[in-house]
Ligand binder design. Sequence first.
Ligand SMILES: Nc1ncnc2c1ncn2[C@@H]1O[C@H](COP(=O)(O)OP(=O)(O)O)[C@@H](O)[C@H]1O
Ligand SMILES: [Mg+2]
Length: 269
Amino acid sequence: MIEVHNIQKAFNGNQVLKGITCTFETGKCNLLLGGSGTGKSVLLQCIVGLMKPDLGSITFDGTVFTNNKVDIRQEIRRKIGMLFQGGALFDSMTVYENTEFPLKMLTPEMSREERRDRVEFCLKRVGLENAGTKMPSEISGGMKKRVGIARAIAPQCTYLFCDEPNSGLDPATSIKIDQLIQEITYEYNITTVVITHDMNSVIEIGDHIIFMHKGLKLWDGTKDEILNAQVPELREFIFSSSLVRAAKKVDEESEGGLEALANGPLSEV
Ligand SMILES: Nc1ncnc2c1ncn2[C@@H]1O[C@H](COP(=O)(O)OP(=O)(O)O)[C@@H](O)[C@H]1O
Ligand SMILES: [Mg+2]
């Protein structure tokens, strides 16, 4: 479990995070939901140590990360996998080399054969067992995300952070990537944090959802609770999605519309 306590961050007097307190649960897909510019990416960068918060603390499974000794912080960072927005693959490396890269960096004690086994395992896990020799320019957007996921999990991460994993993907591919992230989370009991503004992702994989608005956490709960949440800003955010609005109407008229939305048509898109 990751515990975030009163995280604040300002840039030149612009208070972007105004005291965020939340938890990300182990073995679950925790979604950071909110419109653009609300501070989701800044919060994520504070959590993984790419940015220093002005105030507050972050604890990974009971070990304090913020302002702790360098070696303790490094130990935690070794357990963090990141899937960056846009994939961020190395263009000059093959799919295989991209996946192998963090192993070379983080686990120099691994032999070449051990690395090969791990890379092959991870590429197979994301359905890319035959794409190892391809260059990023030769594969589709969805495949690039898969490589990003393989690279993130290669060092056997305990924590996985995905910033807008669906950006630039069509809806059908988005759902497949969401499902892959969810399967991996459950299989390896990872504490996963997914940044999104996509209600489809909420309904597909939102085990635990944290709604952010203008640098504040306004609500948290599950995908079963979110459609009945009474926070005005959240309701406005949710019901700007016409699909959700339509399902809500069906639900009120006949019961089960929301369940159908979660289990039925969307999963088959
Ligand atoms: N390094 C930075 N320096 C100054 N302002 C920043 C920086 N990073 C983000 N911001 C500002 O913080 C706000 C929140 O950004 P961000 O966390 O990227 O939003 P989002 O919720 O879309 O991920 C924005 O107004 C952005 O301009
Ligand atoms: Mg962002």
